[in-house]
Design a protein around this ligand. Structure first.
Ligand code: ADP
Length: 456
């Protein structure tokens, strides 16, 4: 059934109450009925037993011994609720009956032998009992005793009708009350739905109103607001990223355009052309590096990478990275110290570890002072592979150390204009580390050097 929330709550509540009420009302009804008839049955049995002592048995008849006296007594007194007595033989033939029965005969039910039951006499409800009359251990007949149960029946009927009616009214009332209450308690949810439907990309700053009670709905609303907060800041970061990326590409493009325009203005010497073309090429290289890195970041964001992740020994990987960067190292006359524990036969995921270590080594070379030492330490601590890359270089200001992993962030870029970079290298390091669950720590003292530690 496609019921609304409040109707469903009301419906379930009604079903539960209907079952409980049916049990309680049923119990009350049967208890009252039982009590009323117990009294009646007790009186009946008493009368039947009393009259069974006043019976005269002959060879083929059963009769009341003192019927004349009985009749006389009946003329004298008005009986409010007369007891009818009747005698029958073992074949069920009528033998004798009390005068108040007149022409009527009490029904005989052989199968109800000894018990009480409801019957009808002249269209009126009676309660009846039948007891055996025995002689020398043999059943000669039965004494039937009956009394009108009209009053009791009508009380019971009334009770039944009252219970049935109140059952219906209570259930219908309860359905509407619980529907109303359920409706009221989901007002905050409705408000929330309206707010959610209103929220679009351009009004992400809207929040769901928090209910006054700190209940489950409050938690849901607060959780939803927190989700909105996260989405909003992710969108904000996205916007920032796009604007930073376009800015990063616009600058070299502007330089390129400027250079070419200046070249076009008048004829230049071949040396000048060569110099400007070299300068333009380096801008183009910078741009293509940035685009390359942006694409890489997008791929890391999507969790898609070109390479199938194979394992490689970290020592081999480091060797490879350092030998590729030989030219830069010798240009700066850096002294490399490689401290590898137990031959470094620890394997790491090839693709991501390469991205991380290559960017860290490249930075260490870039930001080192000339002729300074560059130390790489690889060890295994508590089942984790630890790689420290320590340089003696310009270092990073304390307040920037948390930010260096953000897109396009460059610490004091104007202080070292000659060092090329776009602030994407450490973002790639961070994304790659997240992809393989590695941790990166940075320790740095400005003017002394930095140590980047990767724990795989
Ligand atoms: P960049 O292309 O500018 O090197 P990164 O994302 O690799 O971009 O680094 C971000 C910033 O962090 C750098 O601009 C630099 O200020 C700082 N940084 C990174 N590594 C080092 C290092 N080894 N020594 C000093 N500063 C560093």
């Amino acid at each position: 059934m496609n019921l609304s929330f409040k109707n469903r709550i009301a419906f379930h509540y009604m079903i539960a109450t209907a079952i409980i009420m049916a049990l309680v009302f049923g119990f009350v009804y049967f208890m009252v009925r039982e009590t009323v008839f117990r009294h009646l049955d007790h009186d009946l049995s008493f009368e039947a037993e009393k009259h069974s002592t006043e019976i005269k048995l002959t060879r083929d008849s059963i009769m009341f011994a003192n019927k004349a006296e009985w009749e006389e007594q009946e003329h004298r007194e008005i009986q409010v609720n007369p007891v009818f007595i009747q005698l029958i033989d073992s074949q069920g033939r009528l033998m004798d009956k009390s005068p108040n029965l007149k022409d009527n005969v009490l029904p005989f039910k052989k199968e109800k032998f000894g018990g009480h039951f409801d019957a009808r006499l002249n269209g009126k409800a009676i309660r009846q009992v039948q007891l055996p009359i025995e002689e020398n251990g043999k059943i000669r007949g039965y004494i039937l005793s009956a009394i009108s149960s009209e009053a009791e029946e009508s009380v019971i009927m009334r009770l039944r009708n009252v219970l049935l009616l109140s059952y219906l009214f209570v259930l219908i009332g309860l359905y509407f009350i619980s529907r109303f209450l359920a409706g009221r308690s989901i007002i905050p949810v409705k408000k929330m739905t309206r707010t959610i439907q209103r929220i679009r990309k351009n009004n992400l700053n809207e929040r769901v109103e928090l209910p006054r009670n700190k209940d489950e709905i409050y938690e849901l609303s607060a959780g939803f607001n927190a989700l909105l907060e996260r989405i909003e800041s992710a969108m904000e970061r996205e916007k920032q990223f796009t604007s930073d990326a376009s800015h990063e590409l616009r600058t070299p493009l502007a330089t390129l355009r400027g250079t070419l325009e200046v070249l076009l203005r008048k004829k230049r010497s071949p040396e000048e052309y060569e110099e400007k073309i070299k300068c333009s090429l380096s801008e183009i290289n910078r741009m293509s590096d940035t685009i390359e890195q942006l694409l890489l970041l997008a791929r890391l964001d999507n969790g898609k990478t070109d390479q199938k992740e194979s394992e490689v020994s970290i020592a081999t990987l480091m060797d490879d990275i350092l030998s590729r960067r030989k030219a830069e190292i010798s240009e700066k006359k850096l002294k490399i110290y490689l401290d590898i524990h137990e031959n470094g036969a620890y394997s790491v995921p090839h693709y991501h570890a390469h991205l991380i270590l290559d960017n860290l080594i490249s930075n260490a070379i870039k930001y080192s002072y000339e002729q300074s030492p560059l130390r790489v330490r690889i060890s295994k601590v508590n089942d984790k592979i630890r790689c420290e890359i320590e340089d003696k270089g310009i270092g990073i200001r304390e307040e920037d150390q948390n930010q260096v992993f953000n897109h396009f962030f460059r610490s004091e870029a104007l202080e070292h204009k000659d060092i090329p970079g776009n602030g994407l290298g450490l973002s790639i390091v961070k994304k790659s580390a997240e992809a393989i669950g590695a941790k990166i720590e940075v320790k740095s003292v400005p003017g002394e050097g930095s140590t980047f530690t990767v724990v795989f």
